[in-house]
Structures are given as C-alpha cells and as structure tokens.
Write a protein that binds this ligand. Structure first.
Ligand SMILES: CC(C)(COP(=O)(O)OP(=O)(O)OC[C@H]1O[C@@H](n2cnc3c(N)ncnc32)[C@H](O)[C@@H]1OP(=O)(O)O)[C@@H](O)C(=O)NCCC(=O)NCCS
Length: 216
C-alpha cells in the first residue's frame, strides 16, 4: 500500500469514465494532454469500478458504515450495483508505471431513482487521502454520468454539508417527488430509497443527516 505524500493538491486528474461530450476545464485539458505528474509524482484516475474492486470498496465503506455515516451493504449488493460505481486510483504516473495499477483511494456511486432524479451515494475517500480534491472530482464525474443518463436532479443524504454545498448542492426538506412517484418508489426494496423516502423504519440510520439536491 502506498503511503500518503503530504501537502500537495493533485494537478493530474484523469477521468477515464466520462462522456466525450462533457466539457473539460482548462486544467483538465492540460492534464490530459501531457499527462503530467503532480508535484509529488502521484497521478489520480477516476474510472468505472470492476468486480475486482468490490473488496476495496467494502474496505473503504466498512468503517464509515460502522459509524453510521454510510449505509452498509452485503457483498452481493455491491456486485449487483457495480455498474453504478466509480473509483479513484492513485499511483505513479503512467509514464513511470505503464497502464493500470495504483491504490484505490475513493469510491462513489450514482443510483437512478426516477426519470429525472438520481442519488449520489456511498461516496468515500480514504481518510489518509482527504482534502486533495479527490472527492470533488469523483462527484463531478458522477454528475457528468447523471447528465449523460438524462437526469436533471441529483439528491444526496449526508453529514458533509459544506463539501456538497461547494459542489452546488442545497439543503431541502422531504423527498422531492410528486405523491404518485413517492407511491411508486415505496415498491423499491433498496434501503437507500427507503432513506430517500424518509420512512420511519430507517430514521435511526439518517439521524443528523442533511437532505441535499443539485439541479444540473
Ligand atoms: C466527503 C468526502 C468524500 C470528501 O472527500 P475529499 O476527497 O476529502 O474531498 P475534496 O478533497 O475533494 O474536497 C473538496 C472540497 O471540499 C472541501 N471539503 C472537503 N471535506 C470538507 C468538509 N468535511 N467540510 C468542509 N469542506 C470540506 C475541501 O476543502 C475542498 O474544497 P476546495 O475544492 O475548495 O479546495 C470525505 O470527507 C469522506 O469520505 N467522508 C466520509 C463519507 C461521507 O460522508 N460521504 C458523503 C455521503 S455519500
């Protein structure tokens, strides 16, 4: 496992999972063009999760689930929901290491709830790698996925209000769906959907969380 070099923000994010239609910032464009290393020589990559990533995703989520920050799930749920997940890897630049490899330092998922609504969930950056812009890039990538899927509103349930505010989310009350859609969503067996609906049986899990929404 790679130790965390301190103090530098990465210049070198690559998002291998976004659509070609997604506009790039000048910084991203430059990073793609020369694939430059950050000052500490570490390169970050956002990519779609693979089956072999499930163990690591569980390792990232487990301590947060124990602290009731994230919803814990059985292994089978991660495999079933694998296509919703993206991960961020950190490693030496490709110029040095070649393709692939790298330590998995963050994960996150986009779960479609309804025609115009999705949820970002299970977002976690390894505690040793926080504050380096990894979470921000991961959410931006998931939001780009939401836009590609035709979703215009993205929900999250979180303790990290400042983080999500910085990404354009605002606090809301209740579940932002019409009563007929609410009734349809009640048919879901997904625990995250039960939390979205704020059902009485899951209220102990969501205590202290803020409900937030971003319009794309
Ligand atoms: C929330 C979380 C994913 C952020 O990950 P991260 O990789 O440290 O985030 P970043 O480094 O991209 O931070 C992005 C910005 O938010 C700021 N920020 C990060 N965490 C913050 C916090 N707890 N409070 C206020 N601001 C915060 C950073 O300073 C940064 O600001 P900048 O872009 O203006 O420099 C991480 O703290 C985490 O894993 N938390 C536990 C799990 C969780 O609560 N997930 C969210 C619910 S799904």
């Amino acid at each position: 496992m790679m130790s965390q070099p301190a103090g530098h923000r990465p210049h070198d994010f690559i998002d291998s999972g976004h659509s070609p239609r997604r506009p790039q910032s000048a910084g991203e464009g430059a990073a793609r063009a020369d694939n430059a290393a950050g000052p500490d020589g570490i390169e970050f990559e956002v990519r779609r999760a693979r089956t072999s990533d499930v163990k690591t995703i569980r390792r990232l989520v487990e301590p947060l689930a124990e602290d009731r920050i994230l919803l814990g799930k059985d292994a089978v749920s991660y495999f079933e929901g694998l296509q919703e997940f993206k991960i961020v890897t950190a490693g030496p630049t490709r110029a040095v290491a070649g393709n692939g490899g790298g330590e998995t330092v963050a994960c996150g998922a986009l779960h479609v709830l309804w025609e115009d609504l999705a949820e970002v969930r299970t977002v976690a950056t390894d505690a040793r790698w926080r504050g380096r812009g990894i979470g921000r890039r991961l959410i931006e990538s998931l939001l780009a996925d939401a836009a590609d899927l035709g979703v215009r509103r993205v929900f999250c349930l979180t303790f990290e209000v400042s983080f999500f505010t910085g990404l354009g989310f605002t606090p809301i009350d209740g579940a932002p769906v019409e009563p007929d859609v609410y009734a349809e969503l009640l048919r879901s067996h997904d625990e995250g959907v039960a939390e979205f609906l704020d059902l009485a049986r899951v209220k102990p899990n969501t205590l202290g969380n803020t409900r937030m929404l971003k319009i794309l």
